[in-house]
Design a protein around this ligand. Structure first.
Ligand code: PLP
Length: 410
């Protein structure tokens, strides 16, 4: 008799997006002519940059010729891409990495979800709250979190991020082993300065914890004192794994390419108290379960690092950040409390008049025909908050803000 992994049954389910779809469909049935603008999902809308398209085309031609055709590639990714990443993303920031410390993958979602496999089941996990749901759900599936009681998993340490602490998590009171940090943050748009991040690195060093640092939105950092990599903090190579993605800086959400840095000096312990390198474990995991990102896609990602590619991705990020500015200014001008949007494509707002997240969702949909994401979908501390994204096109973003300014009854 085959038994299921009952940990899956502990998950509250994809209530958020199902509920959003249900409410939008009800609204559409009532008002079929309404022009709905979606500023809810974190998907990009602009096409791939021309430099990437050229890279992809050339690689397709290589695959058509027996002399340049490629079959299976290295599971860890091609050196041509890893070398560019080191030379462009890390060396100019004073960070030296070896080629075998970077693993190319088909997305940060896979990596932040799979990484927990190389850690023991008895580790205590800390997550910021609200949070990108993948960190929590994958630990639930693995059986590391206990039961779901009153909106929380009993063995997870939630680090509340709210207006009182300016959405910056405080160190946990109890000892934790794995800490997920997402900076710039999805959904709050918050960043951490070097000194704020150093507090976490120091904590991890003192407690032999590991930080799982999701920097998928690193390209959106505008302010000069915000670190782009956790390895800008002294000692971080001994305590942190960093996740990066081409999804949000270069429009790869549908093309799929990302990478994860696992420094060779990063250790975790065996039951008998011996230190073991996580790089070796992740390499074992990837070589066993993953057969690499397609050559064509890695050539497209490599083109991101050409001088024109770099210029084009800067323009892409600037486009979305202009949207973020339009949304932020528009919301502030009608007196809403707005966070994020400065170093991130996410705008996190407090629902007015003490409304809960879903009440505000309905109000926004009914009065302005705009769809956003209720903050409760990202964790209990998201209650009373709401997320809008800057990933729409300019026309829709401007139209949405115009509607909010003129039609939303506050
Ligand atoms: N990490 C965070 C915080 C995200 O918000 C997302 C996507 O929305 C991802 C990772 C997934 O990135 P990828 O497209 O590389 O899988």
């Amino acid at each position: 008799m085959a038994l299921i992994n009952e940990n899956y049954l502990k998950l509250p389910g994809s209530y958020l997006f199902a509920e959003i779809a249900k409410r939008v469909n009800n609204f559409k049935a009532q008002f079929p002519d309404a022009n709905i603008i979606r500023l809810g999902i974190g998907d990009v809308t602009k096409p791939l940059p021309p430099a990437v398209i050229d890279g992809l085309h050339q690689a397709v031609d290589e695959m058509a010729d027996e002399k340049t055709f490629r079959g299976y590639g290295p599971e860890q990714g091609y050196a041509f891409l890893i070398e560019k990443i080191i030379a462009t993303d890390y060396r100019p920031r004073g960070i030296e990495l070896d080629i075998d410390e970077i693993f190319i993958s088909d997305g940060s979602k896979s990596d932040v979800g799979n990484i927990q496999e190389i850690f023991g089941i008895n580790n205590t996990v800390a997550i910021t709250d609200p949070v990108y749901p993948v960190y929590l759900d994958t630990n639930v599936m693995a059986g590391r979190t206990g039961q779901y009681v009153n909106g929380k998993f009993e063995n997870v340490v939630y680090l509340p991020c709210n207006a009182e602490n300016m959405f910056r998590p405080k160190l946990p009171k109890q000892k934790v082993d794995l800490i997920y940090l997402c900076v710039p943050n999805n959904p709050t748009g918050t960043t951490l300065s070097k000194s704020e991040l150093k507090v976490w690195v120091d904590y991890a060093r003192e407690n032999r914890a590991v930080i799982l640092y999701d920097a998928a939105y690193e390209a959106y950092i505008q302010e000069s004192d915000i670190p782009h990599s956790i390895y800008e903090i002294e000692g971080a190579k001994e305590v942190a794994i960093e996740f990066r993605s081409f999804s949000k800086n270069a429009g790869f959400t549908g093309t799929r390419c990302a990478f994860t840095v696992v420094p060779k000096s990063l250790m975790a312990m065996t039951q008998t108290g011996d230190a073991y390198p996580l790089n070796k474990l992740w390499n074992r995991r990837q070589t066993t379960k993953f057969n690499g990102v397609p050559y064509i896609i890695q050539k497209g990602a490599e083109a991101v690092y050409s001088p024109t590619g770099q210029q084009q991705i800067k323009e892409l990020v600037a486009y979305y950040m202009t949207n973020a500015g339009i949304i932020t200014e528009g919301l502030k001008s009608i007196g809403l409390q707005v966070y994020g949007g400065t170093n991130a494509p996410y705008i996190w707002l407090k629902a007015p008049n003490n409304m809960d997240s879903w009440e505000f969702f309905d109000k926004l949909l009914n009065e302005t025909h705009i769809v956003g994401t209720p903050g409760t979908g990202f964790g209990p501390s998201g209650a009373g908050y709401f997320r809008l994204t800057a990933f729409g096109n300019r026309e829709n973003t401007e139209a949405a803000i115009q509607r909010i300014k003129t039609q939303l009854k506050l």
